[in-house]
Design a protein around this ligand. Structure first.
Ligand SMILES: Cc1cc2nc3c(=O)[nH]c(=O)nc-3n(C[C@H](O)[C@H](O)[C@H](O)COP(=O)(O)OP(=O)(O)OC[C@H]3O[C@@H](n4cnc5c(N)ncnc54)[C@H](O)[C@@H]3O)c2cc1C
Length: 450
């Protein structure tokens, strides 16, 4: 007889380890599995920035000691010319992704979860449309089966479980390459001291980072060390981010004679969330469920939100794992973050079509200011006052009327899509109709605004 678990989690990144912690705390027999060895837990290319509020909201201890590379006090958003700079205040961290993820795994183990490293989850075992368990593999043991009521895909962008599910399961939903951001980053030790090391910098420049941005995130606790990277929109035929970083960014004087400590690239999903995080005993969290912020690409904090929503729904369902019993996971996620994420998806598409000149103008004229960015980041709303300010500017300068009317339409559609996600169906039966309506709003938005 195969060993039996309430829940098996494929992937022990931030998402999987967080889910294991919350599930084990609620007394569920939980197995957390990762193909990587524990020494490399959480080791994937990342900017490593995390806002403090995520820890408070989800109820995960804030990083400290060895888990930290830096303290963050603000983010500067810098215009294409680099002459305009908005400072958005906000507390956060640069985490040491390995030590931090190891702590999450250890907390899950302390709560009672079992953990297997160097082990791959090969696929879900599904019989007559119902999940029965999973096939695992390790070099030492070869292949074996475990029985499980729920299998959570927390394998990041590889979506190792979801990608081989039947096409008509809405949890599968493969990504459009244009909804990906392809990013590359290096961790470098600079020769000179970094000014204001507790301020992260995001540089907007379509000519340097088309459909994305480049970043300079100092590790304030390691003198002169910075995480520098660049992301571009996928599926557009843009040059590789590594080439752009070398050709356009690393030639700057601040990088001369700097030493590479680490390098690597990966793709990030920057779109609306999956329509459902649960289906027929399968659940999805983190990057596998497209929970990343579509505008800035931060996904660790939101991975934790999705993990907690799914874990709490499984625990609350008391052993029932049908779609209706687990549906609370979706309501929880859409309310906590998904609705805002959908609204930011519209903003992301809008920004990706803005020219260098328009971006510069918007920032120079303060059509949107640092406070507005803070509000947008927190609520996903493009405030009426931004549109009003833009219209006033247009009247005064008689400039860019087409751009201004698109901005007004963007604000309206962001509101509409957010409200639609907040009206997420109460039961699985309502999903199809809700998704069709959502598709219609997307189509209209693309036709009228982009
Ligand atoms: C260049 C770059 C910069 C970024 N910068 C930031 C940032 O500054 N801040 C931020 O918050 N986010 C950032 N992100 C996004 C962030 O890294 C992800 O959103 C986050 O890591 C997602 O966590 P996850 O646990 O869902 O997936 P992952 O971290 O990808 O973890 C998935 C885990 O699954 C394991 N796995 C895969 N397949 C299997 C299998 N078949 N069986 C068992 N295990 C498996 C992997 O080994 C891995 O450990 C960045 C991403 C990139 C690419």
């Amino acid at each position: 007889m195969p060993e039996r678990y309430d829940v098996v989690i494929a992937g022990a990144g931030v998402a999987g380890a967080t889910a294991a912690y919350f599930l084990a705390r609620r007394g569920l027999k939980t197995l957390l599995v990762d193909v990587k060895p524990f020494e490399r837990a959480g080791d994937k290319p990342c900017g490593d920035a995390m806002a403090k509020h995520h820890f408070e909201n989800v109820g995960i201890r804030e990083p400290s000691g060895e888990e930290l590379e830096g303290i963050v006090k603000a983010i500067d958003i810098i215009s294409p010319s680099e002459e305009v700079r908005y400072r958005v205040a906000g507390d956060g961290y640069e985490v040491n992704r390995v030590v931090f993820t190891q702590r999450l795994i250890n907390d899950a183990k302390d709560a009672g979860a079992e953990y297997l490293d160097k082990t791959q989850v090969r696929k879900a075992i599904i019989k007559e449309g119902v999940l029965r368990g999973a096939i695992l593999w390790s070099r030492e043991r070869g292949e074996w089966e475990v029985a499980a009521d729920v299998l959570i895909d927390a394998t990041g962008m590889s979506r190792a479980i979801l990608r081989s599910l039947p096409d008509d399961w809405p949890i599968k939903d493969p990504i459009d390459p244009k909804d990906l951001n392809v990013a590359y980053r290096e961790i470098r030790k600079l020769r000179a001291e970094i000014e204001e090391p507790e301020v992260l910098r995001i540089y907007l420049s379509p000519s340097k980072a088309p459909g994305g941005y480049w970043w300079f995130f100092p590790y304030s606790l390691k003198e002169g060390v910075v995480n520098v990277g660049l992301g571009v929109q996928g599926g557009m035929g843009y040059p590789l981010p590594r080439n752009l970083l070398y050709e356009k960014i690393l030639i700057r004087p601040e990088f001369s004679d700097s030493a590479i400590i680490e390098s690597g690239g990966a793709a990030v999903p920057t779109r609306r969330p999956l329509d459902t995080l649960v289906w027929n005993g399968i659940a999805a969290i983190g990057d596998a469920a497209y929970t990343v912020n579509p505008v800035h690409g931060g996904g660790k904090g939101t991975a934790m939100i999705s993990a907690k929503c799914v874990a709490e729904a499984i625990a609350a369902a008391g052993g029932n794992v049908d779609n209706a019993s687990l549906w609370g996971a979706n309501k929880c996620y859409m309310e906590a973050y998904g609705a805002k994420q959908a609204s930011l998806d519209f903003l992301r598409m809008f920004l990706q079509r803005m020219s260098e000149e328009d971006l510069e103008w918007v920032m120079r004229k303060r059509v949107v200011d640092a406070e507005d960015i803070n509000i947008m980041a927190t609520s996903g709303d493009l405030e009426e006052k931004i549109v009003a300010r833009a219209l006033r500017l247009m009247m005064a300068a008689i400039r860019r009327p087409a751009f201004m009317s698109r901005l007004k339409a963007l604000s309206d559609y962001m509101k509409e899509i957010k409200n639609h996600y907040l009206r997420y169906p109460e039961t699985p039966e309502g999903l199809r109709e809700w998704a069709l309506k959502r598709d219609k709003i997307y189509e209209e938005f693309k036709a009228r605004v982009l």
